[in-house]
Design a protein around this ligand. Structure first.
Ligand SMILES: Nc1ncnc2c1ncn2[C@@H]1O[C@H](COP(=O)(O)OP(=O)(O)O)[C@@H](O)[C@H]1O
Ligand SMILES: [Mg+2]
Length: 284
């Protein structure tokens, strides 16, 4: 009697064997700014600002224009020092480790602490696919093709963009709508596996629908990356963040944090009159 052996599909075996083991996601990290002061030339723009940004939490930074929110954010990933006249004092600890310590390289801070800007800035002529992996040069790893495909897919899924672009990955990033471009920038940031994602008014150039999609994306991402977002939109701060810090620079003095803490509490029962005035729209 003949024994019937179910033939195995050789391509499938090959496929399984080649598939790399999924890398474990890096654990969530917290960020702590200690007594940060900042200057442009001799113009002091931040005065001894301290803030703990806990792991797995979205922290929002609010306050009127010019009070130093963007400067503070750029100090958190060592972008401030790129401005020739800029200087700073204080410490930034990523999981307890000072990113400004002399033993650390600038690129390490950038890798671990990603940034998404107000205006979406994909490489417009580069394909959607290549945009996602554009930051990998920084990390020095050169993944194999299949690994790269998987990374592109997973980052686009996490950035909430996959279903809209999966059939046009080779088209230029510049052909996407503003909201899609911003999600592409989020995917590009995620590809280098940052521990922290800084976002400087990421929705201020977007329509309400795109804004909502990005907010949903943020709420999902916070389980894998700690987020710090600057926003002018009080409703957005309440929708996306669990912790909030109110910055203020009154009458030419450097920026300080007037009040920080649980977002709901800050909006429902602010402790400081200036916070109350700001969150109720009396100025700013
Ligand atoms: N590149 C720069 N050169 C000189 N001054 C700057 C520069 N960037 C920001 N500033 C000044 O620093 C202060 C804080 O600015 P910024 O951090 O952009 O505030 P915010 O993001 O809260 O609007 C402002 O007085 C601004 O004019
Ligand atoms: Mg700003």
């Amino acid at each position: 009697m003949a024994i019937i052996v179910q033939p195995q599909d050789p391509t499938e075996v090959l496929h399984t064997a080649r598939r790399p083991a999924p890398e474990a996601a890096p654990p969530l990290a917290g960020l702590e700014a200690r007594s940060i002061s900042a200057w442009f030339g001799d113009h002091k723009v931040l005065d001894r600002v301290s803030l703990t940004m806990p792991a797995g939490v979205v922290t929002s930074l609010i306050g009127p224009s010019g009070c130093g929110k963007s400067t503070f954010l750029r100090i958190l990933n060592r972008m401030h020092e790129l401005v020739p006249s800029a200087s700073l004092a204080g410490e930034v600890l990523l999981d307890g480790d000072d990113i400004y310590d002399r033993s650390h390289r600038l690129v390490d801070a950038r890798k671990k602490i990603g940034m998404v800007f107000q205006k979406p800035n994909p490489f417009p002529a580069m394909s959607i696919y290549d945009n996602v992996v554009a930051g990998l040069r920084l990390t020095g790893v050169r993944p194999a093709r299949q690994e790269k495909d998987e990374l592109v897919e997973s980052c686009l899924i996490r950035a909430g963009l996959w279903s809209e672009v999966k059939n046009r990955l080779r088209e230029p990033g510049g052909g996407l709508s503003g909201g899609q471009q911003q999600r592409l920038c989020i995917a590009r940031s995620l590809a280098v596996r940052p521990r922290i994602l800084l976002m400087d008014e990421p929705c201020s150039a977007l329509d309400p629908t795109s804004t909502r999609v990005i907010e949903e994306t943020m709420l999902e991402l916070r389980h894998e990356v700690t987020i710090v977002i600057v926003t002018h939109n009080m409703q957005q701060a309440q929708r996306v963040s669990q912790q909030c810090a109110f910055f203020l620079a009154s009458q030419g003095t450097p920026g300080i944090i007037v009040e920080h803490g649980d977002t709901a509490a800050m909006f429902d029962s602010p402790q400081d009159q200036r916070t109350y005035d700001y969150v109720t729209g009396r100025f700013g």
